[in-house]
Ligand binder design. Sequence first.
Ligand code: 5GP
Ligand code: MG
Length: 187
Amino acid sequence: MDGRESERLPADLRRVLLGEEEIRRRVEELAARIDADCPESAGPLLVVGVLKGAFIFTADLARRLRRRHVVDFIAVSSYEGGQTSGNVRLMMDTRQNMEGRHVLVVEDILDSGCTLDFLVRSFRQRNPLSVRTAVLLDKPARHVLPLKVDYLGFSIPDVWVVGYGLDYDEQYRTLPFIAEMRPPEGG
Ligand code: 5GP
Ligand code: MG
């Protein structure tokens, strides 16, 4: 964290967890690994960002890739309500066809793992050459499903985080850093 980032922190945010520079460096490392793992001869990589939370991570990661790629997006929503968020619904599908292509799913954060599990399973049914996953944040304490992430940014504690695409009630998505929310008073 750097001093300037905490100075401009809104009152409902407790602290900066990951600063702008730290995120930038990590995204660069992940892009370099993706370049190295996926040869050009395999054709353009299909980068699929999961809306809305991963829109900034997807943009930054894709701009760091040197290999050929195309960017697409998908939108999902989980049914709210207690612990039963295992129900994931497809709200908007990709426009690109996945058949015969290497696909990289780009997600903001892994909580229970239900969203990513749903996406990977549904993409595998579309006859891609491969499906890999890039996830910026992971809360290992919250996993319900055992999942393997190919490119992980950071492991974080079980707190609600915002910024760099992530929201609280649609707010704070465009903060350049990732911050921990202050829990509600008396909650
Ligand atoms: P999962 O399906 O793994 O339980 O949940 C993943 C989704 O939950 C993420 O894509 C994200 O939308 C949401 N989520 C989980 N934890 C956080 C968090 O700390 N902050 C925000 N903004 N979203 C979260
Ligand atoms: Mg999400």
